[in-house]
Design a protein around this ligand. Structure first.
Ligand code: CP3
Length: 367
């Protein structure tokens, strides 16, 4: 029997008789179990950027609505978050929002430009800029996040929702550069030249990211992912000196909530151990490092998430399946494995290929 046939095992709520206390507590999902290194009946799978431009139903819904506006409309957030869950049967939903939403919410003048990414009107370069533009975030700044998460938890019927935030370094890179950057030259220049401004900026961003995660978990998100997407541009030494303490600050600040914490970045093969050590239960891995090596680097105390190259979805089906199976086999050596891509779904990806991949992962026998 394929493992996937067990997927719809009834929840605790459906089966126990001691109703009151357990009525709202579903049996641990495969996703949360894998994050914690507990036994699973199938390998859980979800995809970074599973909601978004690869889906025709997303493009249709977003017509004429700017990205950041869509993030403030709970009806749209719920629908867009649900779209890939319905279509693919993935084991987790990722909250539809963006890493810059909390910055916009506290008044930073920025926009998301289609095809480019976040663009900041007034880049941050001095302590004065930090103090003027960045204040603490509270739940009152993002009522639409609380409302959207609550709506999702009831729609999802037990499928876990992952909340997320951008990590301080990745947020800082947009704020300092004023937009996307290939080499992060201005970011690193500030980091090396002006430690006081750097510490003030990353300290504030850590508090904002932590608050954004707390709002999502308090409204019902069952896991969090901290995206330090661009941390892979740093040497291990610089990561440890300038960046890790702030990622740790964010992860520590949500430790008491008891939900799994996933820590991910692109091109972070040399940083995996440090990113785990910053305080995550799960380390996200991109495709440039083999998952077997990643498991060794992360160690037995943490789970891994990843790491199929997103372009493999454009390969012939037999190639795609073979490569996915290799990732699944390597994942067996980990404490727990959440299958994912090594970075986000590319906009041109055929949704049917993603569906075939989900089915392939679910058919893999766990031992
Ligand atoms: O499905 C999901 O993953 C959930 C939603 C999500 C979005 N952004 C929606 C989005 C998540 C988790 C993010 C995180 C995010 N945003 C990150 C970290 C993840 C990563 O990719 O490394 C980063 C670096 C950003 C900043 C950002 N926002 C970029 C680089 C872009 C793409 C710009 C472009 O047009 O190519 C965005 C815009 C964005 N965020 C889109 C979506 C669905 C596309 C908006 C559109 O429809 O035009």
């Amino acid at each position: 029997m394929s493992a996937a046939q067990n997927k719809d095992t009834p929840t605790t709520a459906d089966t126990t008789k001691d109703g009151a206390t357990k009525a709202s507590a579903p049996a641990t999902s495969a996703f949360v179990a894998a994050c914690r290194g507990e036994k699973v009946d199938h390998v859980p799978v979800w995809f970074m950027r599973q909601a978004g431009r690869s889906l025709p139903e997303y493009r249709k819904l977003r017509e004429g609505v700017p990205m950041l506006e869509s993030c403030t409309r709970p009806d749209m957030v719920v629908e867009i978050t649900m779209q890939p869950v319905r279509r693919y049967g993935v084991d987790a939903a990722i909250f539809y929002s963006d890493i810059v939403v909390p910055l916009k919410a506290i008044g930073v003048d920025l926009d998301i430009v289609p095809g480019t990414g976040p663009v900041v009107a007034d880049p941050i370069r001095t302590v004065k800029d930090v103090e003027r533009q960045l204040r603490d975030l509270t739940a009152d700044d993002v009522p639409y996040v609380t409302e959207s998460v609550r709506g999702l938890v009831s729609e999802l019927k037990g499928t876990p929702l992952i909340g997320f935030a951008g990590a301080p370094f990745t947020l800082a890179s947009y704020l300092i550069e004023g937009g996307p950057s290939r080499d992060h030259r201005l970011t690193k220049e500030l980091m090396y030249r002006d430690r006081a401004t750097w510490d003030a900026l990353l300290g504030r961003l850590a508090k904002i990211a932590a608050s954004f995660l707390r709002v999502q978990v308090q409204a019902g998100a069952q896991a969090v992912q901290l995206f330090d997407s661009w941390a892979g541009s740093l040497s291990r030494e610089d990561y440890v000196t300038y960046v890790k303490p702030y990622a740790k600050q964010v992860l520590d600040a949500v430790a008491d909530l008891g939900v799994p914490r996933i820590h991910f970045g692109v091109g972070t093969g040399e940083l995996l151990q440090e990113m785990g050590d910053a305080g995550a239960e799960v380390v996200g891995v991109d495709w440039r490092v083999s998952l077997a090596d990643a498991v060794t680097r992360v160690g037995k105390g943490r789970s891994v998430q990843g790491n199929l190259d997103p372009t493999v979805l454009f390969a012939p089906e037999d190639v795609m399946k073979k490569k996915a199976t290799a990732v699944l086999e390597a994942g067996r050596q980990a404490r727990g494995h959440v299958f994912n891509l090594g970075h986000g779904v590319l906009p041109a990806t055929d949704p049917d290929a993603l569906k075939r991949l989900v089915d392939h992962v679910h058919a893999f026998e766990v031992r």
